[in-house]
Design a protein around this ligand. Structure first.
Ligand code: ZN
Length: 285
């Protein structure tokens, strides 16, 4: 089973009046003004999934600091999941700085969300060492909801949305929340490489990494590097569709030197354990 854990859709009515929202949210404005930014509807995503052979997608809207917009995004992905229950795992976006965060997690959780994210600690202005991030982590742990967080590398070229959250902040957040399933997006900004340190390997036991935007950032030998580090079971296909098509990832995986069963792990088997065995996969010792 192929599962994409990181895709974004925008409700068409939000896209039509996007200026109304970007005027109020600098980060959203930065992302939406980028020439590489694309908007996808649920129907477009489904078409791409069919072409690429993706069975299921953990589908997010786009997180904003405006809780009202987050709610509209969540309603759209919940509707998609209701219409296509076999294809979508709906993810909720919230604004951790908004006092209504807990209420929105509770509301969407009652309606069947399967995780929270993608959230942007830098773009939504909630530092990972802050009180709001702590509260968010407790709510997700309590409800056993995986949390997908945007992290990016602190070196290299710049691009819209690249923030300054460091691997130190990401790893300390994981240490403070040992029973929370965390998916650090975009190869965790390089955090996977520190799993070569024995204490980090232990501390990051419930941390996963998605491959989102990988083709723009790393050589495809990164997959073999992950195998060598011993963390291939923690690598999840995330495409950041509509930014990049899943087919490009599949092509790179096939050329990466991984064995077919290892490609299947990244393409879906690893994610299956998180989303379909949510109690079983958490390591507590
Ligand atoms: Zn991201």
């Amino acid at each position: 089973m192929f599962i994409d854990v990181h895709v974004h859709v925008f409700p068409p009515d939000v896209t039509q009046s996007i200026k109304e929202y970007t005027d109020k949210d600098n980060f959203l404005c930065q992302i939406c003004s980028s020439p590489s930014h694309k908007y996808a509807t649920v129907e477009e995503l489904l078409q791409e999934m069919d072409k690429s052979g993706i069975d299921k997608a953990a589908v997010s809207g786009f997180a904003s600091s405006d809780q009202g917009l987050c709610r509209a995004m969540n309603d759209y992905v919940l509707e998609a999941a209701a219409n296509y229950p076999d294809r979508f795992l709906p993810m909720a976006v919230v604004s951790p700085l908004d006092p209504g965060m807990e209420k929105e997690i509770n509301r969407t959780s009652d309606l069947g969300i399967r995780g929270v994210g993608e959230l942007f600690p830098w773009g939504q202005n909630f530092p990972l060492e802050g009180r709001e991030a702590g509260k968010l982590a407790s709510f997700c742990t309590e409800k056993n909801l995986p949390l997908l967080l945007h992290v990016n590398e602190n070196v290299g070229h710049s691009y819209p949305g690249k923030g300054d959250i460091s691997v130190r902040e990401a790893s300390e957040f994981a240490v403070r929340n040992p029973e929370l399933t965390i998916i650090f997006a975009h190869w965790g900004g390089g955090l996977p490489f520190y799993e070569l340190m024995p204490e980090l390997k232990k501390q990051l036991k419930n941390v996963y990494y998605d491959t989102a935007a990988g083709p723009f950032l790393y050589d495809k030998s990164i997959y073999r590097a992950a195998r060598e580090i011993g963390i291939l079971h923690k690598i999840l296909l995330g495409t950041d569709y509509p930014l990049i098509s899943p087919r490009r990832y599949l092509r790179e995986l096939k050329e990466s030197g991984l064995e077919p069963h290892e490609i299947n792990m990244v393409m879906g088997e690893n994610a299956k354990a998180i989303f379909f065995d949510p109690q079983e996969h958490i390591i507590t010792d």
